[in-house]
Every structure is written in C-alpha cells, then in structure tokens.
Design a protein around this ligand. Structure first.
Ligand code: UDP
Length: 470
C-alpha cells in the first residue's frame, strides 16, 4: 500500500485526527467506513460520528473510535421514506445542537491528536454547519459516481435547456452536455409527490460541496477520466480539490481488510452452495438495501429466474416487496420445484465475496453505485435494472459507456427477464461473451488504480496531505 501505513509518527501523520460522519444508510455507511480504514492505514487517528439509527458495530472496526450522537434522528423521521428521512435527519441535528457538541468535545479532548477536519456525507449540511460554527474545516464524501456528481450539479442547465421536466415525447432524447445520458436516465424531481423535496436533495449535495475544503469521490480515473477532468476543471479554481479514491472497498487492503461494513447479518451458507456450481454459471441477483418492488414485479422476477434455466443466487431481503415489511416475502407456489437444484434464495449475502466467486458469471443489480463498483472490480457483467436517483445514470454508463452490461428497460415481465438473462449469461460466442471480455479488461484497469502507486492510492496520499494542511 502506498503512503505511511500503521501508526504514523515519522511523517507527522500520527499527530492528527479526523472525524467522519456518514449518512446512516448501507450504501453511504460502507464507503465512509472504508475511507476511515484507508485514512487510518495512513497513520491518521479516525473518529466516526454516527446516529443510533443504523449504528455501525464498533467491535467490527477495532482501529476506529466511534461516537454516538444521541437522538440525532427521531423515531418518526426514521420511519419516513428515503429523501424525507434525510431532510428530517438534518433538521433534527440542527435543532438539537448535538453534532456541534460532539465535535466541540472532540476538539477540546486533551491528550488526543489535533482534530484536522470533518468528512461528512454530501447530504448532511447540518453536520457541515455545526463544524463551520466551530471553525473546523470540512470535506465532503460523494458516494455516487463522478457522472452523477456532474449530473446533480447540472439541474439548472437541464431545466434551462428544456430537458426537464421530462415529457412522454422527450424521454429518448440524448443529453448532449452529459453523454451518454438520455432524458429517461434523469432523476426528475417533478415526478415525485413533492417536487420541492426532490429538488432540495439535489441542492444539498451541491451546497455542501461548495462550502467544503475538498470533494472525495468513490470512483477511479480508470472508470471516469473525462468526468473527473471536468469536475477538476470546475472545482479546483474554487479551492475545492477533488480526490478520486475509489473503489473504496478495495482501497484499504491490508489494515482495513476483512472488516465487513454490512449492517445486516450476511448468510455465508450461500458461498458453500456457490462452491458446488460450475465456473461462471451463476446469476447473482440483488436489488441492494433500499429499492423495493411491487408484489407483481416480484412474481415476474421469480418466474423469469425459474424459466431462464440458469443457476441463480437471489437476495430477497425483508422489506423488498412493497406492503410486506415484517417478514421475508413469500415466494410463489411452485417456485421451489421449478428452480429445484439450481436456485438459492438468501435474506442478505456477503456480496463482495459472492461477486468474487468463480461460479458467478453475471449480476442482476439495481445499479446502486457500490454494487456497480463491486461488480466492475470482479469483472462480472451486469443486468441493470435501475429504479431511481443516481441508479438510472449508472445503469446507462454500464450499458452504453463501459458496455459491460445490458439494461432491462420497460415493465418487468417474465419473458423479457428470461431473454435478458440468457443474453447476459450466454457463452463466449454471442454478445454476452463480448461483454464478459470488456468486463475483464475494465477490471484490470480499475484494479491498477488501487494497487501500489495507482491513481486512487496517489489520490489518498494527496488527500491526507491536504487534510494535514487545513
Ligand atoms: N449488500 C450486501 N449483501 C446483500 C446485498 C447488498 O452486503 O445481500 C451490500 C453491497 O455489497 C453494497 C451495498 O450493500 O455494498 C449496497 O449498496 P448500493 O450502493 O449498491 O445500493 P443501495 O443499497 O445504497 O441502494
């Protein structure tokens, strides 16, 4: 690993501490904890602030200090849907003043290294305001792609040029300023029940960056060189250097290795099942921690998998099916028999291990950014079925920019599912084979960026220098 590993000291790095505050959702907590591991490996002391809601388990991260910020998210807010929850969390943090109190006590702690800065999730302006009030510099972690970073900063342009609000007739229109995106790939706030709330969430990420001393992106020069150049050109003159340090789940190799960041218990029994499957034969299916499907869609997925004839490992987590929250959703009658001997269903999988397994030959994903990076890193081609937010743009990049997957568009219907699976999983002759080849080449490029001297390792070195200079 590049940079000073271990306790630091010789280069002065052991004399500084940084605080990190993730948004309490799986897809945001994981990259923040992975970043924590990478900073610790460079000799910084790291304290993670967190809410009681979705609190990480300190026992799994012995090298990090944890500080719970009490009551940062009230129960009513925890029950709200995604975007409303983020806004409620910010409001509660600002009203209670507890983040400020926690930061003040870290800054005043005697016998501790100096607190150099706070790294916050881009959607937590309340934490940024608390830090600013204490004169503590902040950096912002963006847990999505560089493409998505640019997209979220382009909404004025998208409205001004008439791409948004979208209409039935302009969905296929390419966005010349943001290739390869089309209007249908945009998160359109006007389609939400509350347009204002949708726009607010876009504004949050933009504002926190503008008020920060640096932007940390979980992506790699190997994946998004053009997008990163444009971001650098925009931000660097404003004194906000961007750092492309991804894929973070592989950056902290060594010191942070083996520390799972999963909030849910992972069912490792499926790895033994994979051991018994032929190389490249299994389709892994997971829609992440937040996306939900209707009961009808769930049935179409089930029957599409059953009739594809391919072995599959399917994550059916609690809450996946709308209206069924308390228990795991029931599989349709006859499904077990139809998939007998080649299907395995689990509530939550050790996903990184699954994607790295030689038996896995394809990944049906909701195109969450962490899942996409994990798949790219293992060279697994994807069947992308994005649902909302940044997933839509990521699905487009997978299919049209990197060409390492196919998009499943339109209504989820068992026949279309079966066809898409066959296309993805087919052997070397067809399109599936070509995709597999490109996924293998992209994997090599991305791996180089996190190896010693690679672009992401260099970016973390620069990030640490920058933090120490604040
Ligand atoms: N994940 C997991 N087990 C599962 C499904 C997902 O550990 O069965 C992890 C996955 O490895 C990824 C995260 O959950 O790191 C999901 O993040 P992503 O950004 O892909 O999607 P989100 O859940 O935020 O929509």
């Amino acid at each position: 690993m590049a940079g000073g590993a271990g306790g630091g000291g010789a280069d002065g790095r052991g004399t500084a501490r940084v605080a990190l505050f993730p948004l309490p959702f799986q897809g945001h907590i994981s990259p923040m904890l992975q970043l924590a591991g990478a900073l610790r490996a460079r000799g910084l002391a790291v304290t993670v602030l967190h809410t009681a809601f979705n609190a990480p388990d300190p026992a799994r991260h012995p090298g990090l200090a944890f500080v719970a910020v009490p009551d940062a998210i009230p129960e009513a807010a925890a029950a709200a849907n995604g975007i409303a929850k983020i806004l409620a969390l910010n409001a509660a943090m600002e009203a209670s003043g507890r983040v400020r109190a926690a930061l003040a006590s870290l800054m005043a702690a005697e016998g501790q290294p100096r607190l150099a800065c706070l790294v916050l999730d881009s959607t937590l302006p309340a934490a940024q305001k608390a830090a600013a009030g204490l004169g503590l510099p902040t950096l912002v972690l963006h847990t999505g792609s560089a493409a998505c970073f640019r997209l979220f900063r382009s909404y004025d342009m998208l409205h001004h040029r008439g791409y948004l609000p979208s209409t039935e007739s302009n969905l296929d229109m390419p966005i010349e300023e943001l290739p390869p995106l089309k209007v249908s790939d945009l998160f359109d706030p006007s389609k939400l029940p509350s347009k204002e709330i949708g726009q607010k969430i876009l504004d949050l990420a933009t504002e926190t960056t503008t008020s920060s001393s640096g932007a940390i992106l979980n992506t790699s020069e190997a994946l998004e060189p053009h997008e990163l150049k444009l971001i650098r050109d925009e931000l660097a003159p404003k004194g906000i250097p961007p750092f492309a340090v991804g894929p973070l789940h592989k950056l902290a190799a060594g010191d942070g290795a083996g520390e799972t960041t999963s909030l849910l218990e992972q069912d490792r029994g499926c790895v033994e099942w994979l051991d018994a499957q032929a190389p490249g034969s299994v389709l892994y299916v997971s829609f992440g921690s937040v996306a939900r499907v209707t009961r009808d869609e769930f049935l179409e997925v089930a029957w599409g998998l059953a009739s594809s004839g391919r072995p599959f490992l399917w994550v059916v987590r609690r809450g996946l099916v709308l209206g069924v929250d308390e228990r795991p959703p029931e599989l349709p009658e006859g499904f077990g028999a139809a998939a007998a001997g080649r299907g395995r269903v689990v509530e939550w999988a050790p996903q990184q291990e699954v994607l790295a397994h030689p038996a896995v030959g394809g990944f049906w994903t909701h195109s969450g950014w962490n899942s996409t990076l994990e798949s790219v890193y293992e060279g697994v081609p994807m069947l992308s079925r994005p649902q909302f937010g940044d997933q839509l743009a990521t699905g487009r990049y997978v299919a049209d920019s990197w060409k390492v997957g196919v998009l499943l568009e339109g209504a989820v219907e068992r026949g279309a599912v079966e066809t898409a699976i066959r296309k993805l999983m087919e052997d070397e002759e067809g399109e599936g084979g070509a995709m597999r080849g490109r996924a293998g080449a992209l994997k090599e490029k991305v791996r180089m960026s996190v190896e010693r001297g690679g672009s992401s390792q260099q970016a973390v070195d620069k990030l640490v220098d920058h933090m120490l200079s604040l």
